[in-house]
Design a protein around this ligand. Structure first.
Ligand code: G3I
Ligand code: 9MR
Length: 540
């Protein structure tokens, strides 16, 4: 973006470039087509970025604000691919990141009109889903058939999981609620685009409709997931007919559900078309919360015959805090605020397993008028304290990015973007530039300013994943993967036993179907991508 901080990372081997290191090294920015030099500067001193075990210098060309297409050059060392400076630079990526949810819809045929080359038949209608014995109750004994259609496929696999559906849907709802004006008119070209409802809400409804069916109306409990017994092979969804099950009601699922539906009720109550839904969701959220309070230790335990994604979590303080905070904001009932305060703890980077910070984010955004000043001040203080910690990490980083070794877990790219997500809350609240700058360093990172040179978003950038672990992308006959998906990113776990080239935290990445630990996609990783892009675009 024209006014953003602009940094290029110039990596080099100390031994090979000894002469370069000993002198002040210049860089320049050239117009990509004419070669005209539009900016000249000096590289920073070299330092080590531990996650990649790489020595790097930074080229700061923030002062260049003129829109255009450019390259960075350092004589004898490197020339970058071309890149644009443009006020609309993030729009196409944003739209694709949101549309990725449409591409992952279960139970719907994707027509050529909206899906283009990635058109496909409907898969998994999920109108006959079996209650697994782990989920049996008096009202719904094992083998009972329920209908649980729609929703988004989780990821590269075709199952649907409540726990990470919660944070995904929440983050998109927050994007809508913070940038309503943008979404009022923004079309991503989906079948509902002309129905008078913002497209992001239409897309969210596709998943909420599914999630709602995962609640047992008899007791308010929520099934952990809807799944086949095993992961299926990589074929198109409509060819698969193996039975699907709803599995065990869990405390984690109930709380994620309660938080998401409380938030959805609050946001939708402001849209006239959704008055009835908003009321329905309020009941659903309340019932799920009550179920969780009376079943606080129903930790999900994978039944022996179920082998798909576990999303297991035994530490649920953050989930309790988040659900309580959302129910407080919805109902203004101070008992919920007391519950939040009872569970409240330190902030961490949000993720499907770590939802504590989501409670703070919602309270920061909506709590000012309904909380006592000292209580609200604590929320502000905590968010800023955590954000300052991230800014500090960025300032110490040779890559100019608040990512340290321990951030490189399965889904490291979503760690990066969820950090951006938190930093953007600090920026919205204070308008202090350093928070936005740090957030934008993280979008730069996933878009290619990283040691693999990959833009980790399918379809975007000069080098982006071509073989993500995404069954549709693998099985269809289109060369390009379905666009707009953030892949998981590097880490050294190697759970899939593929052969990796890089061997450090930030370099162990493989653009191959084989690599589900670094090159899969999932709905909860795309959500902070959508949020970060719309936020940086709108707040530039
Ligand atoms: O949280 C711990 C951290 O404390 C510890 O230091 C670190 C060291 O390894 O591990 C962290 O836990 C990791 C956890 O993700 C949280 O990030 C686990 O090692 C890691 O194995 C785990 O990976 C999860 C993976 O499933 C395997 O269970 C991913 O988060 C999760 O996104 C992924 O989800 C899968 C679904 O199961 C199936 N569908 C696709 C989806 C995406 O790949
Ligand atoms: O495709 C599965 C992916 O969605 C999961 O994230 C991953 C880890 O749970 O597992 C993948 O499935 C693999 C399975 O675990 C082992 N056999 C190979 C499967 C991939 O083809």
């Amino acid at each position: 973006l024209p006014n953003s901080t602009k940094l290029a990372v110039v990596p080099f081997e100390t031994s090979e470039n000894a002469s370069i290191e000993s002198q002040e090294q210049g860089f320049r920015i050239e117009n990509a087509s004419s070669g005209e030099v539009v900016f000249e500067g000096t590289l920073s001193t070299a330092s080590l970025w531990a996650p990649a075990n790489q020595t790097a210098k930074l080229a700061d060309f923030s002062e260049l604000t003129r829109p255009g297409t450019y390259v960075v050059k350092v004589d004898g060392v490197m020339q970058s691919p071309s890149f644009n400076i443009s006020k609309d630079g993030f729009l196409a990526t944003h739209d694709a990141a949101l549309k990725a949810y449409y591409f992952n819809r279960a139970g719907m045929a994707l027509s050529k009109e909206y899906a283009g080359a990635w058109q496909r038949q409907a898969g998994h209608l999920d109108t006959d889903v079996i209650v697994h014995e782990s989920a049996a109750s008096a009202a719904r004994p094992a083998g009972t058939v329920i209908s649980s259609p729609k929703g988004w496929y989780d990821a590269g696999d075709y199952n649907k999981y409540i726990v990470n559906s919660g944070i995904s849907t929440y983050t998109l709802l927050l994007a809508y609620s913070h940038f309503e004006d943008f979404y009022e008119t923004r079309s991503i070209d989906i079948p509902e685009s002309s129905n008078g409802v913002p497209d992001i809400i239409d897309e969210i409804m596709w998943n909420l409709d599914w999630m709602e069916t995962m609640q047992d109306p008899n007791d308010g409990g929520v099934y952990h997931k809807l799944t086949t017994k095993n992961f299926m092979s990589a074929v198109m969804p409509h060819t698969l007919t193996e039975p699907r099950f709803v599995v065990q009601k869990s405390t984690g699922a109930a709380l994620n559900f309660a938080a998401t539906f409380a938030m959805a009720s609050r946001v939708l109550s402001e849209l006239p078309t959704f008055t009835a839904k908003a009321n329905e969701y309020k009941q659903a959220a309340t019932a799920a919360y009550q179920w969780a309070m009376s079943h606080p230790k129903a930790i999900y335990k994978q039944p022996e015959d179920i082998k798909t994604g576990e999303y297991g979590d035994s530490e649920l303080k953050g989930e309790f805090a988040w659900a309580a905070a959302e129910l407080f904001l919805l109902t203004k009932d101070s008992n919920y605020l007391d519950n939040f305060q009872q569970f409240a703890d330190e902030l961490t980077t949000p993720g499907w397993q770590d939802t504590m910070t989501l409670a703070y984010i919602s309270l920061l955004s909506e709590g000012k008028t309904v909380m006592k000043a000292p209580d609200y001040d604590v929320i502000v203080e905590k968010v800023l304290e955590y954000s300052d910690e991230l800014v500090g990490l960025k300032e110490q980083s040779a890559y100019g990015v608040p990512m340290v070794k321990s951030d490189f877990v399965w889904g490291s790219n979503s760690v990066a973007l969820n950090k951006a997500f938190v930093l953007l809350q600090a920026y919205r609240h204070t308008s202090i530039e350093k928070y936005k700058t740090s957030a934008s360093s993280l979008i730069d990172y996933v878009m290619g300013k990283n040691p693999t040179d990959y833009s980790y978003i399918t379809g975007f950038g000069s080098k982006s994943p071509m073989d993500p672990h995404h069954r549709v992308s693998y099985a269809d006959d289109v060369n390009d993967p379905v666009p707009g998906f953030l892949v998981g990113g590097p880490h050294t776990g190697e759970q899939d036993k593929c052969t990796y080239e890089g061997s450090f935290a930030a370099t162990t990445f493989l653009d191959d179907w084989c690599s589900y630990s670094t090159n899969e996609v999932t709905i909860n990783w795309n959500a902070p991508l959508v949020y970060t892009l719309v936020a940086l675009h709108s707040m530039q």
